[in-house]
Ligand binder design. Structure first.
Ligand SMILES: Nc1ncnc2c1ncn2[C@@H]1O[C@H](COP(=O)(O)OP(=O)(O)O)[C@@H](O)[C@H]1O
Ligand SMILES: [Mg+2]
Length: 210
């Protein structure tokens, strides 16, 4: 059996649209690299050529909610098989902008697919694979919506959902964090970019026991 300590760390970043994931992603990646670790930086849906094509469809084309969930997991299957697992086995860390928790929050709580159905797909697509650390950038849906308006972001299918949708997604994320406090770190994302960045880095360092 492989020595588990030679495996890389799987770290995910979660939060509703406009929470600051894209803005804070580099804090995780650069901190790890600064410590001399090799990092694969990736995102979902996407992360492979086929996965990125599926991402385009999921974000932009009208489809039923179950089709959406199945396409997200199809993209995830490619990502896990061709990017995430091989990197972890090589001993590289993987930092991923969103993973299965986002599906539980968006397609589950947001759009109403029963959680056990999504968990069955997760078990099929990545049995035994779960992030070692998940950072949740938490903020009210209203604040996130204001940020995106200020940025003048056109908005994909998800970003155009009403504020109540993001309220449900946020509550599900917080519930997941409560269920697994050892894996999750909840960061108050209402603060300035600099303050949030500092908190993300501190949480990562504490996790690494530095
Ligand atoms: N802490 C912050 N304070 C103010 N604006 C922020 C903060 N974090 C992100 N933003 C802005 O909010 C918008 C959404 O951020 P982004 O990182 O794209 O979020 P996400 O990737 O989670 O959707 C961007 O215009 C970004 O510059
Ligand atoms: Mg983003």
């Amino acid at each position: 059996m492989k020595n588990p300590s030679s495996r890389g760390l799987f770290i995910t970043l979660e939060g509703i649209d406009g929470a600051g994931k894209s803005s804070q992603f580099s804090a995780l990646v650069e901190t790890l690299r600064g410590l001399g670790r090799e990092v694969v930086a990736t995102r979902e849906p996407g992360g492979t050529p086929l996965g990125e094509r599926l991402r385009e469809m999921v974000l932009n084309e009208a489809m039923s909610t179950s089709t959406e969930a199945l396409l997200v997991f199809a993209a995830r299957q490619e990502h896990v098989l061709h990017v995430i697992e091989p990197a972890l086995l090589r001993g590289q860390d993987v930092v991923c902008d969103r993973f299965t928790d986002a599906t539980l929050a968006y397609q589950g709580a947001g759009k109403g697919i029963p959680r056990d159905r999504l968990e069955a797909l997760a078990h099929w697509v990545h049995p035994g694979l779960e992030p070692d650390l998940t950072v949740l950038l938490d903020l009210p849906a209203e604040t996130a919506a204001r940020r995106m308006r200020e940025q003048g972001r056109q908005g994909d299918r998800f970003e155009r959902e009403p504020e109540e949708f993001f309220g449900r997604v946020r509550r599900q994320y917080l519930e997941l964090a409560r269920e697994q406090p050892r894996r999750w770190r909840v960061v108050d994302a209402t603060r300035s970019l600099e303050q949030v960045r500092e908190d993300v880095i501190q949480n990562l360092k504490k996790f690494l026991e530095l």
